[in-house]
Design a protein. Sequence first.
Length: 115
Amino acid sequence: QVQLVESGGGLVQPGGSLRLSCAASGRLFSIPVMGWYRQAPGKQRELVAEVTLGGNTNYADSVKGRFTISRDNTKNTVSLQMNSLQPEDTAVYSCTVLWRGMQYWGKGTLVTVSS
């Protein structure tokens, strides 16, 4: 059974930074894709960033240059460094992995950007 556990959310002022982390457990190895999605109140869930096993990354236009995704393949973890946070980044951020043709999700962690 695949389990994803996120950490690192919280309240931050505009212009601040946060780092989200996600640990994947279960009989996983060489996970093809790991990533982060977010869902703001009243909006659809959207891709924030994803990274392949080979290290290729893909970012939403709204976070390019501010967020950086990274992964540790030895630990099955994925992180999201978020800088220059703005109120519009407020959302529940969920970790996801693609494994053997199925997409698994964490429960999510709330990020609130407010003064």
